[in-house]
Design a protein around this ligand. Structure first.
Ligand code: NDP
Ligand code: MG
Length: 380
């Protein structure tokens, strides 16, 4: 029986992780979990899965729940996330919270020698050098949940990392892939939230529309697979059937395919190196008929250029990229800036910041907060 700690149980990845646990009750159990503010859903999950620890974001919710649930430990805030992530019984921590709030719990989980099933890409973007260093030092595996990285990970099984020529990350193009830059001017939040292939949380859906999601994934791939940015390509592939590819020195290319279903990479991270049955839709290529590919347009998708640049600059620059993006997307979702202003704001933040190389955790926390304040100051 593998015991799971789940950060972000109420979200899109969290819900699908619970679905995988439910499918394999004899193999998995939930020992600790965190939610943000969705307390009603938290109650349902607790009733069904009976975890030992529940963390909530707000102290007010903690006050209510600690009197309601006398048999489980209720905690809150960042400390609460860390308590969930370091729960003594847990073997694996699924990091499915949204945003850089996932960084400290992930670091503490590594120090507690938990295997990490990593969905929370912002953690690797904001502090990849530290997360990977800690994982090496503590001998902890970081198993990708993000579908592209899971695909690459699957292609690399049994391969020699020294024989890789390049990684090819596929991108669906998001909700606005058929619009020109001009047509993007008046787009609404509702339109942006309508992703053609995947049903995901709001922030990552907007990131997919701006292509920042692919930018974050390029940085994530750089850290997970220790790959220089020059060897990471992005390819438009609108059907999201090929989840990503690896090219080797002999020009042989390996790809992983499947119908878009996040439960597949989630389950693979939980069962690795084995596979288990999953009631998912089989891939029917005859029915799909054609798979399309197109060159990535870096002028149309400026956020992807920003991510490559920030990644190559390194140091605190990816922290700024991530924090500016998180704040800008939040402002867009609140209706305070337009869709195209997301990239303007990020560009300004990247130009404003003076990079510091090899930042420690404390510096990353400070730069993250300063960047968010800077972005807020731009619109006030
Ligand atoms: P959702 O927005 O659906 O869920 C986010 C989860 O995090 C919720 O449980 C939410 O709680 C919780 N949360 C949000 N903010 C905080 C906070 N400040 N403190 C504590 N908890 C918080 O996101 P997704 O599931 O879509 O994405 C989660 C992560 O996985 C992201 O990093 C994303 O990039 C990554 N990912 C997602 C994919 C997908 O298909 N969805 C694919 C690949 C990666 P509540 O709702 O209770 O407030
Ligand atoms: Mg992805």
């Amino acid at each position: 029986m593998k015991k799971i700690a789940l950060l972000g149980a109420t979200g899109s990845i969290g819900t699908q992780t619970l679905d995988v646990i439910r499918t394999h009750r004899d193999e998995f159990s939930l020992v600790s979990m965190s939610v943000g503010q969705n307390i009603d859903k938290a109650r349902e999950i607790v009733a069904e899965f009976q975890p030992r620890i529940l963390s909530v974001s707000k102290k007010e919710d903690y006050e209510v729940l600690k009197d309601e649930f006398l048999n489980i430990t209720i905690v809150y805030g960042e400390e609460g996330l860390i308590e969930v992530a370091t729960c003594s019984e847990a073997d694996v921590v699924v990091t499915a919270v949204m945003g850089s709030v996932g960084l400290f719990p992930t670091i503490e989980a590594i120090r507690a020698r938990k295997t990490i099933a990593l969905a929370n890409k912002e953690t690797l973007v904001t502090a990849g050098h530290l997360v990977m260093k800690e994982a090496r030092e503590y001998g902890v595996s970081i198993l990708p949940v993000d579908s592209e990285h899971s695909a690459i990970y699957q292609c690399l099984q049994g391969e020699n990392m020294k024989e890789i020529n390049r990684l090819i990350i596929t991108a669906s193009g998001g909700s606005f892939r058929d619009k020109t830059r001009q047509e993007l001017e008046g787009v609404t939040v509702e339109e942006a939230l309508n992703h053609p292939n995947w049903s995901m949380g709001a922030k990552i859906t907007i990131d997919s529309a701006t292509m920042m999601n692919k930018g974050l994934e390029v940085i994530e791939a750089h850290w997970l697979f220790n790959m220089p940015y020059e060897k990471i390509d992005v390819l438009l592939h609108k059907q999201s059937i090929i989840h990503s590819m690896v090219e080797f020195h002999d020009r042989s290319v390996m790809a992983q395919l499947g119908t878009p279903d996040m439960r597949v990479p989630i389950q693979y991270a939980l069962t690795y190196p084995n596979r288990m049955v999953l009631p998912s839709t089989p891939l029917n290529l005859a029915e799909i008929g054609t798979l399309d590919f197109a060159k990535m347009d870096f002028e149309r998708y400026r956020c992807l250029s920003f991510a490559f640049e920030a990644g190559k600059t390194g140091g605190t620059m990816p922290t700024v990229l991530n924090a500016a993006n998180e704040q800008a997307v939040a402002l867009f979702l609140e209706g305070k800036i337009s869709f195209l202003q997301i990239e303007d704001v990020i560009e300004k933040a990247l130009n404003w910041h003076t990079v510091q190389q090899n930042p420690c955790l404390q510096t990353i926390k400070e730069v993250d907060l300063e960047t968010r304040s800077y972005v807020l100051s731009l619109i006030s």
